[in-house]
Write a protein that binds this ligand. Structure first.
Ligand code: NAD
Length: 268
């Protein structure tokens, strides 16, 4: 299947690495015109080069999703460049970085206030900023008789079940419930809101996390299907939620987790 986003104007945040880069590649392969946003220029340059080398359309801007004005400006850029906005993929997210000498998942009591603020600013405020800016643009377009619009968020399996620590998990829980509440708020405007909920991926998210064979094997074993999640697995799910194949689906938090959130596997 090809051309699922033919001619659509889309924004992808956190587009300089991992899931965001995979989504830019996949969306452009399906005919989208992509505005890639990130805080890192090098990653954006690599993403734009990867997409354009395949003949796709992709431009980039530095944008910190925690800055509301910067996100509003990015939406304006997409509209100026591509004529309108059809989709925003609010994918940028961060987690706690490992603390030397601290083994295991960080407990809330051992997490500093500024670490929690940083996570919430990107993972929660960043998604809210993207949703608000996109909805304002969708509403303008509706006045011109071109209603509708699509929002896809990247939450996490940590927004569905207890996994990965309280600071990060609670921020992603905010994204999964925002996805549902906003979907209901916007349904009568034909604006759909869904999220992708990944489990563990070897991206730049926690640098060096899965470098050893033992770490890779342990990560694979966490997922019932027996392998870690690939960023393109998430991009495929985001594509489905972004395109008309899911035109009657809204308010869904779709796990891309190899079965991790399904429950407790049977003993073998
Ligand atoms: N990697 C995992 O194991 C995992 C698991 C579950 C969910 N997720 C989620 O998937 C999404 C993508 O993560 P990834 O694995 O591709 O990570 P990644 O670190 O490889 O990519 C994230 C990108 O977001 C960018 N970014 C960070 N802060 C930003 C900001 N304020 N504004 C704009 N861009 C910013 C980074 O520069 C980076 O390029 C995140 O929302 C993350 O929470 C990741």
């Amino acid at each position: 299947m090809s051309g699922l986003l033919q001619g659509k104007s889309v924004i992808v945040t956190g587009a300089g690495s991992g899931v965001g880069r995979a989504a830019c590649l996949l969306f452009a392969r399906h005919g989208a015109k992509v505005l890639a946003l990130d805080i890192g220029q090098d990653g954006l340059d690599e993403t734009v080069a990867a997409v354009t080398s395949e003949g796709g359309t992709c431009i980039s801007r530095i944008c910190d999703v925690g800055e509301r004005i910067a996100v509003d400006e990015a939406v304006a850029t997409a509209v100026e460049t591509f004529g309108r906005l059809d989709l925003i993929y609010n994918n940028a997210g961060i987690t706690l970085q490992p603390r030397p000498g601290y083994a295991g998942v960080r407990k809330l009591v051992d997490t500093d206030d500024d670490e929690i603020d940083r996570i919430y600013r990107v993972n929660v405020t960043g998604v809210i900023n993207g949703c608000k800016a996109a909805v304002r643009q969708f509403e303008k377009q509706a006045k011109d008789g071109q209603g509708g619009g699509v929002i896809v968020n990247t939450a996490s399996v940590a927004g569905l079940i207890g996994w990965g620590g309280s600071a990060y998990g609670s921020s992603k829980g905010a994204v999964t419930l925002l996805t549902k509440t906003l979907a209901l708020e916007l349904a009568d405007q034909n604006i759909r809101v869904n999220s992708v909920c990944p489990a563990g991926m070897a991206t730049n998210f926690i640098p060096g996390l899965q470098t050893s064979d033992a770490a890779k094997a342990s990560m694979a074993a966490t997922h019932p299907l027996g392998r870690p999640i690939d960023p393109m697995d998430c991009a495929n799910a985001a594509l489905f939620l972004a395109c008309d194949l899911s035109s009657n689906i809204t308010g869904v938090n779709l796990p891309v987790d190899g079965g991790l959130s399904a429950g407790v596997p049977p003993r073998r």
